[in-house]
Design a protein around this ligand. Structure first.
Ligand SMILES: Nc1ncnc2c1ncn2[C@@H]1O[C@H](COP(=O)(O)OP(=O)(O)OP(=O)(O)O)[C@@H](O)[C@H]1O
Length: 303
């Protein structure tokens, strides 16, 4: 397989290019021209309707580096799942595949019962998805990055309303009313007119959370959202997220190094190592009685 071109950074999310899986055998769940050995109707492979996200035999390579190695997992509607594991184990790559900032090398990513990494052709086969298809398919997914990435030339209100107005066509007054509600939710009701440079890092990150929620996503991806913050600002952001986890029915997929936060908000924790899940279970198991030595070793190092 050819080495991939440089990937977009979180700061400059560019539209996803064509999948690098083109020309390689298609995943088991994607019978069709790319998978000559596979038989059976595509419909049979559709995820369970309660599953909102499903990774099916997903492989992600960067050049010779296999970052995700035939990864299978799913997340149910409304579930809060946290990914933990050592640096470089592939956690962020999973979120970036869901945002279509990266493309799978093999396998299929499904969201809401429809393929995200691929699109269905008229004959029922799955082919690597076009940029246009993915732009539409990822609309129900929001992400908060480590760096807040607010628009510096727009005030807080406009940072939040910009995407709903331009991408979803929400009328401006409606978008503004919702933005004000969200600002209240994140404890920044009085900052609508401020500019990002007038806010602390923690406040900027709370605006970024409000901005992600303004798109009314079904799925919220959180990628180490407190890593860039001064220690005294971390608790405020985590409290806002705890509230969101408790009071909304949003599905959360979260990468964090904050183990007590993971313990608080998660229904399930997935422990990763070298692109594979080494253990999966409720926080009581993972943090209380981990079954795998690799999990115990990792937690000894970080707790
Ligand atoms: N665009 C890229 N090009 C080449 N290699 C990449 C790219 N993005 C990630 N990688 C590599 O993929 C591997 C997994 O990275 P990833 O960021 O998913 O790990 P992680 O578990 O989230 O780590 P951390 O906890 O440090 O954020 C690393 O070896 C990383 O260097």
């Amino acid at each position: 397989m050819a080495t991939e071109p440089a990937q977009p950074t979180d700061k400059q999310p560019t539209p996803a290019g064509p999948a690098d899986g083109q020309g390689v055998p298609a995943p088991r769940v994607a019978p069709g021209p790319l998978d000559k050995a596979a038989t059976g109707p595509v419909e049979d492979a559709k995820p369970d309707s309660a599953e909102l996200i499903r990774f099916d035999k997903v492989v992600k390579r960067f050049g010779d580096n296999t970052v995700l190695d035939h990864l299978d997992f799913s997340v149910r509607k409304g579930e809060h799942v946290t990914l933990i594991g050592p640096s470089g184990s592939g956690k962020t790559t999973i979120l970036r595949l869901l945002m279509t900032l990266e493309q799978v090398s093999e396998g299929v990513v499904w969201v809401g019962g429809e393929p995200l990494s691929h699109e269905r052709k008229a004959d029922g086969s799955l082919r690597p998805a076009s940029e246009k298809y993915q732009r539409q398919a990822r609309k129900k997914i929001g992400m908060v990055f480590q760096q807040f990435n607010l628009f510096p030339n727009m005030n807080v209100l406009r940072n939040i309303t910009e995407a709903p107005v331009t991408a979803l066509g929400v009328p401006k007054p409606e978008a503004e009313a919702r933005a004000r509600e969200l600002l209240d939710l994140v404890g920044l009701g009085d900052k609508a007119d401020a500019h990002p440079t007038q806010l602390s890092g923690g406040q900027q990150q709370r605006v970024a959370i409000a901005r992600a929620l303004a798109m009314k996503p079904d799925i919220l991806l959180l990628d180490e959202v407190t890593s860039a913050l001064d220690p005294e600002l971390v608790a405020g952001v985590l409290d806002v997220l705890r509230d969101i986890a408790r009071t909304t029915d949003i599905t959360l997929l979260c990468v964090t190094h904050e183990m007590s936060f993971a313990r608080d908000i998660s229904d399930r924790v997935l422990m990763f190592d070298a692109g594979r899940i080494v253990e999966s279970g409720p926080p009581s198991q993972i943090f209380g009685e981990p079954r795998e030595e690799r999990t115990r070793e990792f937690l000894r190092a970080v707790l």
